[in-house]
Design a protein around this ligand. Structure first.
Ligand SMILES: [Zn+2]
Length: 121
């Protein structure tokens, strides 16, 4: 079997079957997950136009990123990083059908409270 490029991390690996597109390496985020374990998420991401939860996530992400660009003292990047991890966990739950779109939106909105510029808190 020849080497295949992992569609998540881009490194080459030797697949067990011809259908494998993802390697078994652990992710660098320290979550203990591997490229293979997030592969379903990856496929969902490829269809973002069809995933309302993902679209919503992208809207918030754009908002926070532009705030950081404008003023990273009032909008620290570390806080955005934390948010991003939490939002991704939430998105994972939605994609696995564990939470509804409604509760996904509600939680993102609640998390938005923590993302206000620091001088407004
Ligand atoms: Zn990989």
């Amino acid at each position: 079997m020849e080497l295949v490029k992992c569609k998540n991390c881009g490194r080459f690996f030797r697949p067990i079957s011809r259908a494998s597109n993802f390697c078994d390496r652990p992710l660098e985020d320290g979550s203990g997950r591997t490229c293979k374990s997030i592969s379903s998420q990856w496929y969902v991401d490829q269809r973002k136009g069809e995933n309302p939860a993902y679209d919503e996530y992208v809207l918030y992400r754009k908002r926070y990123r532009s705030r950081i660009t404008r003023n990273s003292t009032k909008n620290p990047y570390s806080r955005y990083d934390d948010w991003n991890i939490r939002a991704h966990t939430l998105l994972d739950s939605y994609n696995r059908g564990e939470i509804t779109l409604e509760s996904f939106s509600k939680t993102l909105k609640e998390m938005d409270e923590d993302m206000k510029p620091l001088d407004k808190m």
